[in-house]
Design a binder for this molecule. Structure first.
Ligand code: AMP
Length: 459
């Protein structure tokens, strides 16, 4: 039984999807106006792990993410750089997707761009207006916060508190907390709408996209802690007002923030690190390990020493795996008298590992179980208690861990003969390209193989 901490109830609850074992998961995607940073990576690696574990446990997961490719930040940056906003958005979207691939984040089924869902966005706004949840002013269309008395239920703030602390930047609104669904603008980029030229507000983009693919109710909605208010509150207000069906989402999941040496990461503090900067110095798997060694809801503190520690820990796992591979290839006996005892030990370890993961994806606990088990099996190996058959089972367990945590632990020995032959062909082609001094293509082949954890070294 998997338990998930639900931000809405502040409790761990048993995971029961709406439709049998099918899970609809939506995670807020990035606003693509700049290079993605290591804080983004923290959030998306965490949801990648969660998806991998759910799949490992037999759930079928449809993972949807939006891409905010229309936004004031994009327009401002594009005008500073003298490029078209859409050009800028596409460039950073491509880079984001590349960064995610390198970090092993590979379970999103569909990325939905805001600019490709204007009809759905406009349609939602029309329905909100038709039912008096929204109103028009000369500057735009606004959601009327007072029409949804439950506003604030996720962040546990009440409307009065909210309004006392919020100043209205726009006198045309009925309540200071009313937020824009549509901004009337005729500067580029704009779209036509029943209310004239303009562009959508940020919050409506997500509900228009989730309603299109998931309907008014779905299983899990995720994002970083900073999005609880006002973004996720606004989503709930929009969707539950239109559909009248509650709750919009069964489980709200939020990741803790990544800080740098105890401080919030920011450009002005000079402690801002993009994923690309990071990968100049560190292996993507080391960063992934660093992220997963802290629970996804806790804050995580980035520092060089923490990354060094992660590197050492990950090396221990790879070395252990290498050692097992060598022993399996050696003339070690196939079975022995200790087998039953060691099988029991391994089953017990796996069951504890799964229990930790079932408990709101407790990765630090799961990792400590893995390391204790490595220590234990190393001792059994030194005492010559292990047979090949046990080592093969230990290896299978570690490979399963690698699948869930997103580490490619397979060695080339695991590949079938045909795969080995195909790799040899690629190596031959790359050799020929190098002879012709086509470094770009030969590097491309090496980097693609590298993504599969096949490391080519020119000696
Ligand atoms: P943004 O592009 O700023 O909307 O962020 C995209 C996602 O990354 C959101 O879910 C944010 O909550 C998350 N995020 C942004 N900064 C950080 C950070 N420092 N630590 C963890 N998650 C973050």
């Amino acid at each position: 039984m998997i338990k998930i901490y639900n931000t809405m109830t502040r409790k761990k609850e048993e995971l029961k999807p709406i439709n049998q074992n099918k899970i609809k998961l939506f995670v807020c995607g990035p606003t693509v106006y700049d290079e993605s940073h290591i804080g983004h990576a923290r959030t998306y690696i965490s949801f990648d792990l969660i998806t991998r574990y759910l799949k490992n446990q037999g759930f079928s997961v449809f993972y949807l993410q939006n891409i905010t490719d229309i936004d004031d930040k994009i327009i401002k940056r594009a005008s500073e750089l003298g490029v078209e906003p859409i050009e800028l958005a596409r460039k950073y979207e491509r880079e984001y997707l590349d960064d995610m691939r390198v970090l092993g984040v590979e379970n999103v089924n569909y990325y939905a761009r805001a600019t490709e869902h204007l009809p759905e966005i406009i349609n939602q706004i029309e329905r909100l207006m038709a039912n008096d949840f929204a109103y028009e002013t000369e500057t735009g269309i606004y959601f009327d916060e007072s029409s949804f008395p439950e506003f604030g239920k996720l962040s546990r703030r009440n409307l009065e508190d909210l309004n006392i602390h919020r100043i209205s930047p726009d006198d045309t609104k009925r309540n200071p907390g009313d937020f824009a669904l549509w901004k009337k603008r005729d500067d580029e980029p704009f779209w036509d709408s029943p209310w004239g030229k303009g562009r959508p507000g940020w919050h409506i983009e997500d509900t228009a996209i989730t309603e299109e693919y998931f309907g008014p109710q779905y299983d899990i909605h995720g994002g970083g802690l900073d999005l609880i208010f006002p973004h996720h509150e606004a989503e709930i207000a929009q969707m539950e007002s239109i559909s009248g069906e509650k709750p919009m989402v069964r489980y709200w999941m939020h990741t803790g923030f990544l800080n740098v040496k105890g401080e919030k990461m920011s450009k002005s503090l000079g402690n801002f690190l993009t994923i690309r900067d990071l990968l100049q110095e560190y292996d993507p798997e080391v960063f992934r390990f660093f992220v997963l060694s802290t629970h996804y809801r806790s804050p995580i503190d980035f520092s060089q020493s923490a990354l060094e520690q992660s590197k050492n820990s990950l090396d221990r796992i790879y070395k252990f795996m290498e050692n097992i591979d060598e022993l399996i290839e050696s003339d070690l006996y196939e079975n022995n008298d200790y087998d039953d005892k060691l099988i029991r030990k391994l089953l017990f370890t796996r069951s504890n590992f799964l229990k930790a993961m079932d408990n709101d994806f407790n990765t630090p606990e799961a990792l400590s179980i893995i390391f204790n088990s490595i220590k234990d099996f190393n001792r059994e190996i030194n005492e010559k208690n292990v047979s090949k058959s046990i080592l093969k089972r230990v290896k299978l367990f570690l490979l399963e861990w690698g699948e869930i945590f997103g580490f490619k632990l397979h060695s080339i020995n695991d590949a079938d003969d045909r795969t080995k032959e195909l790799i040899d062909i690629l190596i031959d082609i790359r050799g020929k390209l190098r002879d012709k001094k086509d470094w770009e293509l030969s590097d491309f082949i090496r980097s693609k193989l590298n993504d599969l954890n096949i490391i080519l070294e020119d000696k």
